[in-house]
Design a protein around this ligand. Sequence first.
Ligand code: GCU
Length: 346
Amino acid sequence: MKNKKQVLTIISLLSILLILSGCGKGNTVATSEKEIIRIGHNQSQNHPTHLGMLAFEEYIESQLGDKYDVQLYPSELLGSQTNMVQLTQTGAIEMVVASNSILETFDKKYEIFNLPYLFESKEIYHAVMNDPKIVDPIFKSTKKSGFETVAWLDAGIRNFYTIDKPVVTPDDLSGLKIRVQQSPTNVMMMKLFNGSATPMGFGDVYTAIQSGVIDGAENNELALTENGHGDVVNYYSYTKHQMIPDEVIVNNKFLENLSEKERKIFNKGFKILEDTQHDTWSDSVKAAKEKAENEMGVEFNYPDTKPFREKVQPLHEKFLKENPSLQPIYDDIMQKSEKLEVGGTE
Ligand code: GCU
């Protein structure tokens, strides 16, 4: 068993090396003369993130196509998100989409957006993420680790989905093995819900549910359809416990080597990527929900979120105690919430 695992790891590493050396995607003469920009993400080719990336590719190549060849690697082709972040750190690839969750291990500032029930509505979430005063210090904090965030992508609202019973009260999570992303905040959140947190990469979740290794997971609706999780779970419960953005991170050296003119073009490309992804998000979620309900037989539930919120509130206090320098940013978010008033999340 162990040997088989080792052989599989070696094979996947070799495939990544082959892809990165240019054998993966039509290694034409034209390509080898250009600078290749390799972009990895873990979503399918129908996902808003991939649609955003296609728009980015088109724009950059329309402006700088004689110099750069943008190559997209969706669906964890270059490995798990954690692996891809490491590849971006070293400059083996230029750009990757990483959940904000896993970035908190690089700088604690990112932790703030992983706090459960931080945002009261989608409007507040977007207003905060679009405020450079709030996000810039966080996005630049990972420069010391070799990369920075240049755009944020919508990853919707995270809710629990389970095999055997719906999650209607926090007690329903008691003792359940729930997959979470590999982040200390998410593990602590599950502890406060009395569940058993099982951290693993996104690509392993389907098999873990199917084989009964876990009782469920938590994510936005697209995981049900784009990743097929709706085939192996029966209930999706709107606990609305997190709105965690995805961050587009880019290798420092790549950015530093751009001329001023190129940097302007790239900045516009990042904005096009962000806008396209955001604009396609709501329709994709709506379609996913319809498909999961009508074709995959998933039952949707709408619990009262207040008892869930109360259970995990200690995480906010703990965060502020450990990161006093982020109190002003936290207060700014709370102030925005008051100003925008509490709107219902979709
Ligand atoms: C969402 C998010 C991904 C993340 C995934 C996960 O799909 O967009 O970036 O990897 O959740 O739960 O791991």
